[in-house]
Design a protein around this ligand. Sequence first.
Ligand code: AMP
Length: 694
Amino acid sequence: MGEKPHPQDEVLRQSLADPESFWASQAEHLHWHKKPSSVLEISERKLQSGVKHDTWTWFPGGEISTCYNCVDRHVLAGRGSSPAIFYDSPVTGTKRTITYGELLDEVETLAGVLREEGVKRGDVVLVYMPMVPAALIGILAINRLGAIHAVVFGGFASNALAQRIDASQPVAILTASCGIDGAKPAMSYQPLVREAVRMAAHKPGRVLVWQRERLRWSPVEAEKGERDWAVLVGAARERGVKAACVPVKSTDPIYIIHTSGTTGAPKGVLRDAGGHAVGLHHSIKYLFDIQGPGSVIFTASDIGWVVGHSYILYAPLLAGAATILYEGKPVGTPDASAFWRIVQEYGVSTMFTAPTALRAIREDPTSKLLRGIGERGGLRTLRGLFLAGERSEPSLVSMYQEILGRYGARDAHVVDNWWSTEAGSPITGRALAPSVGSGGGDDSPLGIKPGSAGKAMPGFDVRVVDDDGVEVERGTMGNIVLGMPLAPTGFRTLWGDEERFYGGYLKRFKGRWLDTGDSGMIDGEGYVHVMSRNDDVLNVSAHRLSSGSIEQAVTSHPLVAQACVVGIPDALKGQLPFAFVTLLTPDHPTSAIPHPKLAEEVQGLVRAQVGPIATLGGIIQGKGMIPKTRSGKTLRRVLRELLDNAVHGEFEKAVQVPSTVEDAGAVEVARGKVREYFGERGDRHRPVEMRAKL
Ligand code: AMP
């Protein structure tokens, strides 16, 4: 007799074996304007090119309003005085609590304004906003009208914004006068939005401007379709203008979101109304253990990213919990204790951030403030620290698990969870309330395995296959793919581009599997280890090595804070792994060349943990040289290009930096370090002395 399966394994099994009954019972927790006629329908989609593939719909026949479920429902249930949003903005020195009752009033009035400005069901409205309550109110108001929002990260350059205007064809844009990014001066959105509208071929009829005191949009030009948001809302209030919820079909899209684009042109991922609401409602309870009023979730992300859509806005409100809207940075607003100050002040039970934020906190000289807050009992409410967006190296997970174990709530967990814009909610993780959905029983989460992103979430059929689409044995690296249908939050197509959906996700495995673009393995116990994007896989003497596994070895050195491993061309082996590292020393050395003892120790760790095949071709050390996207992903491609160029002696050659970059300056720091490294060696083509130790 085998051991009794863990509830998370059992829930997964049920969800895949009988998706209809599993999701039917989840759907019952929500309000439907019209009940679905069935739960799941599989059909065939025929593309213009003649290709046919299977597709699916969740909750066909149903009609739902997500806004109703997020706001009205709670007020009608008598919870109007519960907090919905805690706005905390160290960059402006503002704090504001918005109850569900107040939120309803704001949303229905703004929806009334938008309706008068011509927005109707099925229209697209683009949102280009900073992290202020008006942004959340705006998104909910769009949803209330049955319209589709397309949120673009506030502060994106005009051309990136223009590209998204043309891609999504909005009837209106909601924006603000400025964004405030940390301690930097306020960034005026006025020239950016005007320039983007000028550049775009499609012209949105209206631009609603939320004026911020720090820097106003002036003048608001009515003849250009610009309107002062607050003036319109004030006038609507006087006239008692409000809009009721407009339900949409389960299968209608509620939003378009463009993928963050570490590679290629951004894609417009579409999210269906019914599956989104049901899937998120389930995940916030099951995975995050946010059961309802009284719980506070702090998602330190941006509304421009999928994590922000799902876990700043929709999921917490679907549950009737309180969400924190934080307009600040992990460090510098004012110091590295900002996140923990929030946990303490609002009694946060669940926090969600990207590993890069925790690395930044760890590297900051003021990071010891964390232990101070912990010792004073400030983290006692914290039950879950969720990490996603890129791989978390085991040393990072272990460090924060230790802190949480010491200062957090009893049974507190660091939960690495893997997902993507396309998935809409975590594909893997460790459920903090595994008995939700399995009808009670044992409620302790799966054991932690630093370096793994946990096990599959309900409805996600995760497999690892070889390049022919054949499943590999447990423990073997390969392509991570998903069986279809995806869980209800998952996308089913791209906005206006079914061919690209097929070409980008299904074609590679002939419609059998959906390609996630990630590589990794599932171990003997079913834990998923996501090691790298396929583009970041290195090819060393015809062996495929993942950047993630080598980075894991490099960061296991106690002095290394961050590592980014990319391939450098090598005449003999095709590629050699090459590491960029940032050290955990208070005074970071200025030289790009590491101390020989450090280099030797790191090399030893790589050889011991990954194997001699992964022996590094070189190590460059430096602070602030690893470029990231604004959503916290390492831009390995940029560093790889710099190395490629250096090998050819082209140190100054331009590299392609995507519009999503957070710190374009890091690219130049890296360029300088690369030049110093190769220059001092005087041998540009063969950074071989480390290889000689093979
Ligand atoms: P995005 O669509 O911008 O959210 O990016 C999704 C990609 O981020 C995934 O395909 C992974 O490559 C990466 N990613 C997200 N979460 C994790 C995680 N927990 N571990 C490893 N990679 C992750």
